[in-house]
Every structure is written in C-alpha cells, then in structure tokens.
Design a protein around this ligand. Structure first.
Ligand code: KG4
Ligand code: ZN
Length: 369
C-alpha cells in the first residue's frame, strides 16, 4: 500500500563519527551530500571516542544540515520529508541526529521517517543520478531484484538476499568481529593510522599478499564469517617475526617491524580478509542466482574487494562511489524515499534511538507488498 509519495527528502546521519546531511530526489537523484568527518579528532586516540563524537555532532549538525539544503538549492518549502538514522550506532551520536530531525520535523511540519543505518548502506547503490554541481561516478542503473547484498562495515559483516524492497532474508553474518573492525585492529598492531581500512589498503600496495600464510575460519553456517581468529593470527605472526613470545603487548610490536614487513603483513591480511568475503558471496551467488550483486558499507570502498569480486562473479557489478560507501546521509534519504512509499511517517515526539537493533528487526524488514 502506498501511504505517501514524497519527492525531495532530507537525510540526516550521525550514528558514529560522521555528521552528514543530504538531499535526494525520487530516491535516485543526488542533489547534495555534505559529510563532516571527525576522523582527525579520533585518529589521535586510534579509534572513535563516543563522548567526543557526540560533542562534535552537536557543534556541527545545524551547519551541516543548512549546507545540504543550500547545496541542493532548496529552502524548507522544497523539502517533502525528513529521514534520519535511529539505529544502530553510538547512543550519544544517534541522539544528536534524531533530536535535530524531530525538532525540524515539528517546526517545519514535515513527515519524519526513522531509518536503520545498515539497511541504508545497501540503498547507496540506488543512487544513479546527480545534480550538476556534484562530481561523482555513479552507477547507470538501479540494482534489480533478487539482489544479493554484501554488507561490510566497521560494525557489520552480513550477506543478505533482497527479494524486493523491504523483503529480505539474512543469509549469514559474522560470528565475532566485523571485517572493518578487523582492518582497524590489524592496522593498530602494524602502527598504521586510523581508520585501518584505507591505511592498510595503501600500505598493501607495496607488499606481497603471499608473504605470510594466514588462516581462513571454517564455520558451521555456510554464509557466516569470522574475523577475530584472523586478527589473532596476524598478531601471532608479527610476534614470531620480531622474535617475541605471545605475552608481548601488541602496542609494542609496530616499532620492531620495518616498512617492508609492515607492507607484507598489510597485503597478506587484506588478501585473506577479502578472499573470505568473496568466497561466501560467490557461494551465495551460485545458490540463489540473484539478478544483481551489491556491496555496501565502509569496506565496500576497498579496491581489493572490487577486484576480487569482479574476477570471481560472472555478472557485471556497478559499484557505488567510495564517498557513498562510507557513512553519509544520501543513503539515509534514499532508503527514506522507498520506505515512505510503504510506511506511514512516525510521530516526531516518539522517535527514539535503538543503539543495537539488528536489521532483521526493523519495520522495513517486515514490509511485504
Ligand atoms: O560504514 P562505515 O563508514 O562505518 C560504519 O558504519 O562502521 O565503515 C567504516 C569501516 C572502518 O572499519 C574502515 O576501516 C573501513 O570501513 N574501510 C575500509 C576501507 N575504507 C574504509 N576497509 C577496507 N578497505 C578500505 N578501502
Ligand atoms: Zn556505516
């Protein structure tokens, strides 16, 4: 049932360390995309500090929203609805975005749609056209259903089969660390800067992916992942390489490695972590024969992932640009558009945050047309 058809949606995202706002028209045309990253602030600590993140969101959320409206050449009169991330994420960070969205929905009398961050990552792949002012290389077509989605971020590693909008099945997921988390932890062991994904990718360019043999976890679930063992295997291999025992603290290892060793560890880890993801995606592809495959989440920015997937899957994959793979609000506005066609808006005074809500428990997951 179509409850409400909207055209221009303002998306707001603040679930972790990016404060973002964007305007998307008809669920595919990107009119603006503003992301204020806190990476420099958290890099000093080697990871996101929740209290610091929330305070930074408070400082920039209004300017970021105003900039997104200005870049889209919109006033509030042009905006038909607001979509905001309410789950999952850091509680303080989520609160800032949802409170801003609730207040704006009330003061400007706009319908408000609460959006799940991980579901929204998948919808970054539905953005296929942009305004003249944005320079991005976007996919030419929206993905077709059934669609296999490999969701790989700092907090999630999941394989999901979408039969239609809001009609999906979780095929498998990580049993411990998310793959992005493993990149971040291994980067720390190697003394590479946060966030670990891009810094490992850069270092790996100088290294040999076969230099160290690292294990791939064997799991009961055919499409499940595990990355904690791989991270520990890197730790043990580094300890062996520098000649210390397993009690030696991981924080003291990087200074004993030379540049070539760091590059070889980065390349070997990246190769094995990505191959694990691609093995499972390939198995699911052959079992379910989807019409499209998409990748989503921060690790989808990995060139190595794109290279291995394109090598191993027989169908062409249209990848979203890097800037729409990492956290942004365009994906929130895009899912907001599809969500608004099947769900009533929420009462702004009742939208609350749910920091650890799984994507299988959302209203969108219960949608059946
Ligand atoms: O989706 P995202 O921006 O935030 C979360 O919702 O978690 O993902 C961030 C994660 C970080 O762990 C980061 O290290 C990883 O994405 N990442 C990458 C790359 N770029 C970002 N991992 C591998 N290769 C990359 N090029
Ligand atoms: Zn994310």
């Amino acid at each position: 049932m179509v409850y409400f058809t909207v055209v221009k949606i303002l998306g707001i995202e603040s679930s972790c360390d990016e404060t973002a706002a964007a305007v998307v028209e008809d669920g595919y045309r990107l009119l603006s995309n503003v992301v204020h990253s806190q990476i420099d602030i958290h890099a000093v600590y080697g990871g996101v500090v929740p209290e610091v993140a929330a305070r930074s969101h408070i400082e920039v959320i209004n300017p970021v929203i105003n900039q997104a409206l200005a870049n889209a050449n919109c006033t509030w009169d042009d905006i038909d609805a607001i979509a905001v991330t309410y789950a999952p994420g850091l509680v303080g960070s989520l609160l800032v975005g949802t409170l801003a969205a609730r207040t704006l929905a009330i003061t400007h009398n706009k319908p408000l749609y609460p959006i799940h961050h991980v579901e929204a990552h998948v919808y970054a792949n539905f953005i296929t056209a942009q305004s003249d002012t944005l320079e991005l290389t976007l996919p030419q077509h929206q993905p077709q259903f059934p669609m296999l989605a490999l969701i790989v971020s700092g907090g999630h590693s999941q394989l999901v089969l979408f039969r239609d909008h809001g009609d999906y099945e979780l095929l498998g997921q990580t049993q411990d660390d998310a793959v992005g988390e493993a990149f971040d932890k291994v980067a720390k062991i190697l003394g590479l800067p946060y966030p670990g994904g891009p810094s490992i990718a850069t270092k790996a360019l100088e290294g040999n992916p076969k230099a160290y043999q690292l294990p791939k976890a064997r799991l009961q679930g055919k499409y499940d992942f595990s990355f904690s063992g791989l991270k520990t295997a890197v730790l043990r291999a580094v300890q062996r390489e520098v000649g210390v025992d397993v009690t030696f603290p991981s924080s003291g290892l990087a200074e004993r490695l030379d540049d070539a060793q760091k590059a070889n560890f980065a390349a070997s880890f990246q190769h094995t972590a990505i191959e694990t993801l691609v093995d499972k995606a390939e198995a699911a592809y052959h079992d379910y024969s989807p019409d499209s495959v998409v990748i989503a989440g921060g690790v989808a920015a990995s060139q190595e992932l794109r290279r291995q997937l394109s090598d191993r899957l027989p169908l062409p994959i249209e990848y979203a640009p890097m800037s729409l793979c990492t956290d942004n609000a365009a994906m929130i506005a895009t899912l907001g558009y599809f969500y608004a066609q099947k769900h009533q808006p929420s009462d702004p005074s009742e939208v609350s945050v749910t920091p650890s809500l799984s994507m299988t428990k959302t209203a969108w997951a219960q949608t059946r047309s």
